[in-house]
Design a protein around this ligand. Sequence first.
Ligand code: ATP
Ligand code: MG
Length: 331
Amino acid sequence: MKTIGFFNNKGGVGKTSLVYHVSWMLAELGIRTIAADFDPQANLTSMFLDDDDLEKIWTQSERPTIYGAVSPQFRGVGDVRPPELTRRTDRLALLVGDLDLSRFEDDLSQNWPKCADGDERAFRVTSALGRALVMAGGHFDAEVALVDVGPNLGALNRAALLACDFVVVPLGADLFSLQGLRNMGPTLRDWRRLWTERKSRNPDSALVLPDGAMQPVGYIVMRHSVFAGRPAKAFEQWMRRIPGQYRESVIGSPADQPDDPGQDPNCLARLKDYRSLMPLAQASRKPMFLLRPADGAFGSHYLAVQECYRDFKVLTTKVLERCGVPALARL
Ligand SMILES: Nc1ncnc2c1ncn2[C@@H]1O[C@H](COP(=O)(O)OP(=O)(O)OP(=O)(O)O)[C@@H](O)[C@H]1O
Ligand SMILES: [Mg+2]
């Protein structure tokens, strides 16, 4: 199973919406997929499930959520439990998020340096999310898992991203996103380097740790400020700075000159603001590109649905190629 995190410590750039839509598109393309909600805000979970379903899940004593899977490890009463998944289709399952996941932030933070001393519990705690995800993948026979995380550089996100082979960076064309790249890129590289060093000190050879490769796949520009199909001038100016900033901060290679994201191999897509479709999708708990006239998507909305389908198919195919998942055409 390939595990792909969507990450930017700038909030509200579209991480959760992308994980939701790309996971549905993967399933459309015939790929068995897990969407894993490792953000305690649980927004991904609420895109998939309505409040009634969610209340039933969250009020169970042994919750079928990521919290339920890892809490025995954190509470010191056992190891990670195989997570129960919530199936959406034959090929798509959700690893349900949980607000209580944030309780583990301190424990994760304290245990990270202890990995450097070869402390066994520190490795068990640090790898708990990754191990839970691998168990879920085995159980569902998943080929791909997409991971949604919250907008910060904290210990929980570090543990969540250590579970990822690849990282996709969603961003906006604005000052905040460029600043996000400057913070996030070097942090990601530090986490990767430190985990590589620490992994070798794992005292228990039976404890299989995630690789923590977090290989950058590329970035996706969310075009929220496009007006009538014509980018505003400021938008274009910020856009031109993204390729160089991404190279410098995330890949760690010289920034060269700023260039055109349209020509930049690291640019996976420039996604439109599907403003009219998003509320319909949220109301019907479907991805925008699977809306039907019965969901309110008729006339020009329906044309937008078809365009959205094409956009996400191209994007998803590109992500798969970059992550080495065998070519599709399985529809
Ligand atoms: N392509 C899009 N078209 C229209 N609206 C979008 C699009 N992508 C995201 N949005 C909207 O933008 C808002 C922020 O998106 P989202 O919640 O996915 O961001 P996020 O990065 O996950 O946020 P957070 O950092 O809080 O986790 C949401 O209201 C979402 O519906
Ligand atoms: Mg989110």
